[in-house]
Design a protein around this ligand. Structure first.
Ligand code: 13P
Ligand code: SF4
Length: 311
């Protein structure tokens, strides 16, 4: 008799079983960003935004962290927990925005503006963090900037997040010219069209969106902030102005509500690179491991820990 190939569902169930068994054997924890594919989100111990995932890196008492996200997130975990083995199953998953500013460019900025504080978004390389006074995420950017004594802020690399922060502070925020291609291409027309189609829906957007899109939104939040907002709101439906993967978390956490993407094109290719087979393989081999050279990590840790201390 010819053996039939396993159907997708059975294959997925088998992979999940293997992952759960290996996770125990390896003393591993699986962290996943809100943009990961649904199957990866569902097998994770924690699904969250960049800030929650950074905090989780130290909070979990595990020997291994399987980081389902992009490289700067795994590097942050490795910097904060050098005693743990941090593994990025899709080893080439990166954030193009993080590559838009280099450590050398930050050093030049510092020379030109010696009185300014450098705030780097966590979507940066470890080398850029090492040159920064403090890091921030989309969840705490305003609070971080407000916590500083300096009146002038060099904000790298996201120009849109920098402009968003500038709305809430009297400090001078000088944006670097980086951007996220997923968020920067939402347009005011996207919002107007979505509102016409779903007039009852609330519009939630990420602060990486352009100012003219933010102007039209009902709420601006980090990814996990959007999930919490949707669950707490009295509205029944939402237009989601961020990467589409987050809709899985929203549907899971508030199954009785409706979610519509602001644009079906809002897909971060790098966030979609990780699948269950890669997660399983990374638990078998504990590779690809993410490491940061100690001298860079020590300086970057200071900037990240300063951020984590801001409440
Ligand atoms: P959050 O920290 O809000 O999850 O954002 C991360 C990110 O990469 C957004 O594009
Ligand atoms: Fe980077 Fe944008 Fe992808 Fe977030 S969505 S990881 S900022 S490219």
């Amino acid at each position: 008799m010819v053996a039939l190939p396993e159907d997708r569902e059975t294959m997925e169930e088998r992979l999940v079983e293997e992952i759960l068994r290996l996770k125990e054997e390896r003393d591993a924890v699986i962290l996943a960003h809100n943009y990961q594919i649904p199957a990866v989100q569902d097998v994770a111990d924690l699904v969250g935004d960049s800030l929650e995932l950074a905090r989780a890196a130290t909070a979990y008492d595990a020997e291994v962290i399987i980081f389902c996200g992009v490289d700067f997130m795994a590097q942050t975990a490795a910097i904060l927990s050098p005693e743990k083995r941090v593994v990025l199953p899709a080893g080439d998953a990166c954030c193009p925005m993080a590559a838009m500013v280099t450590a050398g460019e930050v050093r030049v900025l510092r020379e030109r503006f010696p009185d300014a504080a450098v705030v780097s978004y966590v979507n940066t390389s470890a080398e850029v963090k090492a040159e920064s006074d403090i890091c921030c995420t989309s969840a705490n950017a305003v609070t971080v900037v407000e916590s500083l004594e300096a009146e002038r802020i060099l904000f790298v690399p996201d120009r849109n997040l920098a402009r968003y922060v500038a709305r809430f502070t009297t400090k001078e925020v000088m944006p670097w010219d980086g951007f996220c291609y997923v968020h920067d291409r939402f347009t005011p027309e996207n919002v107007q069209d979505a509102r016409r189609l779903h007039p009852e829906a609330e519009v939630l957007v990420h602060p990486e969106c352009r100012p003219e899109v933010i102007d039209l939104a009902d709420s601006v939040q980090s990814t996990s902030g959007m999930v919490r907002h949707a669950c707490a709101s009295t509205a029944r439906s939402f237009i989601i102005g961020t990467e589409v993967g987050i809709i899985h978390q929203m549907q899971k956490k508030c199954p009785d509500k409706e979610f519509y993407p602001l644009s079906g094109r809002a897909v971060c290719i790098n966030m979609k690179k990780t699948d269950l087979t890669m997660v399983r393989d990374s638990l078998v081999t504990l590779e690809p491991r993410v490491t940061v050279p100690a001298d860079v990590a020590d300086r970057a840790r200071t900037a990240i820990e300063r951020m984590l201390a801001v409440r």
